[in-house]
Write a protein that binds this ligand. Structure first.
Ligand SMILES: Nc1ncnc2c1ncn2[C@@H]1O[C@H](COP(=O)(O)OP(=O)(O)O)[C@@H](O)[C@H]1O
Ligand SMILES: [Mg+2]
Length: 214
């Protein structure tokens, strides 16, 4: 495909949304056609799936049901948005993708759901396709969660279903992201997110230039 697919991963409050906005501006200045999107909820139907996943009681369904909903959202997202935009040559920046499902529904829940099931669902929903680059933002969950809760104070719709989980869940999924990145070093780069917004943006721009050569 002509365009690129760059995914941002990491726990709550690591700065994904903030950094995607800044990177989109940077890439547009460089003359790229840029589309920013997110999972879950990158499409119209995905918005409804997102509400099911990120709002409400944390124990309303289990890891398998969550994974199935995430992959339903993801499949629609790829078919309706990511692939068509890439076909047109756009650089598509996604706030979360499949590594989040592995990190949350496998590592976060202490491996109650098997890795194989998640990999199998990936094949069914997405096929052989992989992101060109994945930026994993890493921070101590205590700091990330505090940022997230502060941000939520100013929002009407509280998307805090996962923030409400115990610290152990967040520490597990942080380790999960690091393991995923270690296993796929050509696709993934881990960046220390405990920095100012501008410093981290600088690191991301450097990685983009090194890996994708603007
Ligand atoms: N480097 C940073 N230092 C301090 N606060 C930050 C930083 N990056 C983001 N924030 C703030 O933390 C909150 C969560 O950031 P956000 O980009 O929404 O994270 P995410 O999308 O990963 O959950 C926001 O209020 C944002 O302004
Ligand atoms: Mg966000």
């Amino acid at each position: 495909m002509k365009g690129k697919f760059i995914t941002f991963e990491g726990g709550e409050g690591t700065g994904k949304s903030t950094q995607i906005k800044l990177l989109a501006e940077y890439l547009k200045q460089k003359g790229k056609d840029v589309v920013t999107t997110k999972e879950p909820g990158g499409t119209e139907v995905g918005q409804d799936i997102r509400k099911l996943l990120v709002c409400g009681d944390k124990d309303k369904f289990d890891a398998l049901a969550e994974a199935l909903l995430y992959f339903a959202d993801r499949h629609v997202h790829m078919v309706q948005k990511v692939w068509p935009e890439m076909e047109k040559g756009a650089w598509v920046l996604s706030d979360r993708f499949a590594d989040s499902t592995m990190a949350y529904q496998y590592y976060g829940y202490n491996k109650r759901l098997s890795k194989e099931i998640i990999n199998e669902l990936y094949k069914i929903a997405v096929g052989d396709f992989k992101p060109d680059l994945t930026i994993v933002l890493d921070i101590d969950p205590k700091i990330g969660l505090e940022r997230s809760f502060n941000k939520a104070k100013n929002m009407d719709v509280k998307e805090l279903r996962f923030e409400g989980r115990e610290l152990e869940f967040h520490n597990n999924m942080r380790q999960g992201f690091l393991e995923i990145a270690k296993a796929e070093p050509r696709r993934c780069v881990v960046l220390d997110a405990d920095k100012t917004i501008d410093e981290l943006h600088g690191d991301i721009v450097r990685v983009i230039n090194e890996r994708l050569g603007l």
